[in-house]
Design a protein around this ligand. Structure first.
Ligand code: HEC
Length: 111
């Protein structure tokens, strides 16, 4: 594990390998934590978008309120390191904006 705050704070929901299957991720969750190894979806996100969700929480991006805001917990450098780590997990980068229609196919629960 690259940085231990990932295993402490993120893996309980996103899973130790970032696949959205942490111990807190149960079928009764309205929206399950994102699978960060899903390159098809993750390549539709800019680094800035990922940063915003990490900083301000799911609600800030009309996503699940279960994704907490981390701004008060993590330093800027830690947030930047997380983005780098997320890009390693998906082995992808932003590949341009996709239409809402296509996004819904890639990620059926997408709002
Ligand atoms: C309490 C559970 C929980 C914890 C802890 C948590 N997340 Fe999340 N996370 C979620 C949920 C639920 C979503 C929403 C998925 C969606 O709406 O599609 C989410 C979404 C995200 C997204 C947005 C992906 C997208 O859809 O654009 C990122 C990035 C993210 N989490 C990173 C992290 C990082 C980094 C940490 C640790 C600092 C973390 N999360 C900790 C539950 C959690």
């Amino acid at each position: 594990m690259a940085v231990n705050y990932i295993s402490t704070w993120c893996s309980q929901c996103h899973g130790v390998e970032g696949k959205g299957d942490g111990v807190n991720s149960t079928p009764d969750m309205l929206v399950n934590p994102r699978d960060h190894t899903d390159a098809a979806f993750m390549s539709t996100r800019t680094d800035k978008q990922l940063e915003e969700v990490i900083r301000h929480g799911g609600i800030s991006a009309s996503k699940s309120a279960i994704m907490p805001p981390w701004e008060a917990t993590l330093q800027n450098e830690e947030i930047k390191a997380l983005i780098v780590y997320l890009r390693k997990l998906c082995n992808c980068k932003f590949e341009g904006v996709v239409s809402d229609e296509k996004l819904k196919k890639i990620s059926p629960g997408f709002k």
